[in-house]
Design a protein around this ligand. Sequence first.
Ligand code: NAD
Length: 267
Amino acid sequence: MTRVAMHGAAGRMGLSITRILAETPDAKLVSAIDRGANVGRDVGLLAGIAANSVIVRDDVEAALEGVDVVIDFTHPTASVPLFEQLAARGVATVIGTTGFEAEGRAAIERLATKVPVVFAPNYSQGVTMLFALASRAASLLHRGFDAEIVEMHHRFKVDSPSGTAVKLAEVVAKARDLDYEKTKVHGRSGQVGARTDDEIGVLALRGGDIVGEHTLFLAGMGERIEISHRATDRQIFARGAVRAATWVVGKSPGIYDMFDVMGLERP
Ligand code: NAD
């Protein structure tokens, strides 16, 4: 049984992970860390499930007692001081927080000299598999199969194309020995001419409440392959982070990602 502490327990991801852990047989939430008004509350009730007697605490040292792994989904300003404590105590770490600058990345590297760390920008198991399949298909179906990517997200998303679509295009470019910056075509309009062999088109659609959809088309003459991932719920990140937490305990110190967790070759 993997004993998990959640850092950022009262946040959106923390509560989602609390719900997933409640239905995971080989892992158990034993400690919940956050700050502010939720300190002192039962995290099960906060997560909308049955009370689990895990009380949100802001005393990190006490909260790390008897813990195998910490899952961190907070903010870089909260994560970096935590990493020092985890290194000192030798606790395996799953980092979901994004937006680290150079100093934060250096802190992660220091932590990883002492303990095993999973650090992934996207914990979705499906998206990780999408990258792995896309890489293989794009390299094996190279000549004569034009690569195009379409992504769809909700109407409120402000950046475009999505980070996942860009990463998918980079994976395709790498699999084909191409430079993504030189081959990318983000949308087409006007007299752009016929497509060239190497270009990788990326088109972003926006509307409604779509959580996130990505499709890679490999379009040949007379046939085409489509590899799609469709997210319907943000709990996919929580499920992947919990899988990472049960996997990382007992590994050698170092930085791992979801390709390692899922036993996939990194594309
Ligand atoms: P959120 O704002 O809902 O939750 C963050 C929580 O961290 C809050 O409860 C907040 O009180 C807590 N926190 C902040 N500073 C703290 C401190 N000093 N001590 C203790 N607790 C502190 O945010 P969220 O949507 O849960 O996302 C959290 C992070 O996870 C963000 O960086 C987000 O980008 C990232 N994220 C990553 C993935 C992924 O797959 N890697 C997926 C979703 C979100």
